[in-house]
Design a protein around this ligand. Structure first.
Ligand code: MSP
Length: 652
């Protein structure tokens, strides 16, 4: 019996503007949702995974005019590219919605009319500022310090026209409660900022129609107006199920959604406007809104290459779609931003996939081939270290289940790779090559290899939701098939036949020569700068009044790389932030006096230098276990971030 026998599960990505070519940033949400959808299917859920394209609006109308084609021709061509990318990345969506689909248009018109009939939509005059790239209206007070769009910081235009408005104020209290008192919003720390910025200042009515352009869904009872693109777009989550149309009949089965996943720039629409629309329509609210940060270059949201190859087609061709999927999911924490560079990506592929997982598989299979001619004998003799490995491997699925349910995919992958490391350590501990020297140890050697194959089976089945193409290649090599690769057998040990036969095959994750590869990529982007700037050595003398210490003093300080996995303000102490760190061995909490200089968003997902052997201290009620390094830089304090080093690595 499967764990979630037929339980329904509905997950959505945002629907993308098909206004340019997709880049690696667009792949993040879709890959994450795909992995969750695959995981849930594996667990036995009846899954609906929705994605699609948001095809109306002034921006598309303008782009089409610039290209000399109709808006529909323009979006048709771009949608093709998006669909090709999703197929290339193995995205297993169940439904693809285009907002130009007739059934969606029909439903949006009915939704608009229903809101009008209920008195939530009324006619008025719009005066204010409009940001065309974001398709967003802003009031004067919401603009940034330069009078530009507060989201993309581009200039806004004056707008004044007759328009329909959606009354938001009746829902203010319920939305505030939804954000502050439920676990709708993930991560929760963003709730207060939304409430302060949009609700406490008075939830303003939203302008929901336009007359200055035509490329939109006409308002049926006033055809000079087209429906505001966000009302059109947000509705996709229910129209795609057949809400108010006869095209599909899945609304009662799948609504409310289990998870909407979006990036932080569109959180406001999903955390405030969408719940208000649903409340006005008397519909249940989605269970969770998971908000992730951006994939950035130099702190800015990725949009073009800026000296890196970000075209997922090119990257996928070179390293395989699964390696790209793994990299972006492993790097991206819920909440925080993550910086992208080709070098970080290649190093991640080399360390985790080629070295840790790839070597584990190839060493184990090669030893089974060499010592037992590929087929293990039935007799096994258990021994030291077995119990620990077996306990960790069989406990893994429960941990991963929880993290997938919490949409913390980077942490789920970290747990899986912890077991991969444990298995590699087991090889070092049991030394099969030494056992192989003595005939008397044959049944012990067989047990060691069997335990490794079982661990690889469990790990690769759980990973198959994240890397659906490469894991079946591993199954073939370790002789796993049929029921042994079912999720339901991931909490059991001893599932592979005792006399399992392995099949040595290709290297699944070949190691990439970083310098050579960066050179190749530089050629692709026409940028022949050396991969790394020359390092200059500087010899400095100790400043006056600073006592010199010997190396033995320095050796007392244990410095390690640690990754910030969560961060929140400490209520009682304005200066402190409470950080949760992955220090390679597990989790620890550190309180750090940097609240004036950093928000949780700036920190989550980043790696820092931790003084890991500092005595614990309680600061404002929080037990702090260590300290992170930061520099006084003029009036500011800057945390020292490190890139591309595995948590737990010692610094010397
Ligand atoms: N059409 C709207 C969404 C409507 S949903 C009812 C839209 N489209 S978008 O194409 O501009 O962006 C879609 C999603 O991709 C957003 O969540 C956006 O933040 C995300 N990303 C775009 N670039 C990204 C990165 N560089 N990094 C992470 N997410 C990226 O907004």
């Amino acid at each position: 019996m499967q764990k979630h026998n037929g339980e329904k599960y509905y997950i959505t990505t945002p629907i993308y503007y098909p206004s340019g070519n997709p880049h690696i940033g667009h792949c993040y949400t879709t890959t994450a949702c795909d992995s969750i959808a695959r995981y849930k299917r594996m667990q036995g859920c009846d899954v609906m995974f929705l994605t699609g394209t948001d095809e109306h609006g002034q921006k598309i109308e303008q782009k089409a005019a610039e290209s000399g084609v109709t808006p529909k021709q323009y979006v048709d061509e771009k949608v093709d590219v998006f669909k090709k990318l999703w197929s290339f990345m193995n995205i297993s969506y169940d439904r693809y919605i285009r907002t130009t689909d007739d059934y969606h248009i029909e439903s949006v018109q009915k939704i608009f009319k229903a809101l009008y009939d209920k008195g939530y939509i009324y006619k008025g005059e719009y005066k204010g500022k409009y940001c065309t790239p974001c398709e967003s209206f802003w009031t004067e007070s919401q603009l940034d310090e330069k009078g530009c769009c507060p989201e993309c910081h581009r200039p806004v235009t004056e707008a004044k026209e007759e328009a329909y408005f959606f009354k938001m104020s009746p829902f203010a209290d319920r939305i505030e409660k939804l954000l502050l008192e439920t676990d709708y919003l993930r991560p929760k720390y963003r709730a207060q900022e939304l409430v302060n910025n949009f609700i406490k200042t008075g939830l303003e009515d939203l302008c929901v129609s336009r007359t200055s352009f035509k490329w939109g869904i006409p308002v049926t009872f006033d055809t000079d107006h087209v429906v505001y693109v966000w009302i059109d777009a947000l509705s996709n989550y229910i129209t795609a199920l057949g809400y108010d149309n006869g095209h599909y009949d899945d609304f009662s089965k799948f609504w409310p959604a289990d998870v909407h996943m979006v990036a932080k720039d569109i959180m406001r629409f999903h955390a405030i406007i969408w719940p208000a629309m649903l409340m006005a329509l008397d519909l249940p609210l989605p269970k969770h809104l998971a908000v992730h940060g951006w994939i950035t270059f130099n702190g800015e949201k990725m949009s073009k290459s800026l000296g890196n190859v970000v075209d997922p087609f090119i990257l996928g061709e070179r390293y395989g779609a699964d390696a790209i999927r793994y990299h972006i999911m492993r790097e991206m924490a819920l909440g925080g931003d993550v910086s992208f560079s080709n070098e970080i990506m290649i190093n991640r592929i080399n360390t985790d996939l080629a070295n840790d997982l790839g070597n584990l598989v190839s060493r184990t299979v090669a030893m089974a081939e060499k010592y037992f001619d590929s087929t293990l004998p039935e007799e096994k003799q258990s021994g030291e270290f077995d119990d620990e490995l077996i306990a960790e491997a069989t406990a893994l699925s429960e941990k991963v289940d929880k993290l997938v349910d919490e949409t913390q995919l980077n942490l789920a992958l970290a747990e899986i790779f912890r077991v991969v490391s444990r298995a590699n350590k087991y090889i070092d501990e049991t030394k099969p090559w030494v056992l192989a020297k003595d005939e008397a140890n044959r049944s012990r050697l067989a047990a060691v290899l069997y335990n490794l194959l079982e661990t690889i089976r469990i790990v690769s089945v759980l990973l198959s939701a994240f890397m659906p193409t490469d894991m079946p290649k591993i199954w073939k090599q370790i002789g796993a098939e049929g029921d042994s690769v079912l999720y339901d057998n991931t909490d059991k040990f001893g599932v592979l036949p005792q006399n399992v036969t392995v099949h040595k095959g290709e290297i699944i994750f070949p190691r990439i020569d970083v310098n050579k590869e960066i050179e190749e990529l530089n050629k692709i982007i026409g940028n022949n700068k050396p991969a790394q700037a020359d390092k200059k050595e500087s010899k400095k003398e100790a400043p006056e009044n600073v006592a010199l210490i010997g190396i033995e003093d320095f050796a007392k300080v244990e410095l390690r790389v640690a990754k910030i996995t969560a961060c929140e303000p400490i209520k009682k102490a304005k200066k402190l932030l409470k950080l949760t760190l992955d220090d390679g061995d597990g989790e620890r909490t550190v309180a750090s006096g940097i609240a004036k200089y950093y928000t949780p968003d700036d920190l989550i997902g980043k790696s820092v230098i931790l003084v890991s052997n500092l005595k614990p201290a309680v600061l404002c009620g929080v037990e702090s276990n260590g300290m992170i390094l930061a520099a006084d830089d003029g009036d500011s304090v800057k945390v020292i971030f490190v890139d591309n080093i595995t948590p737990g690595s010692r610094i010397r």
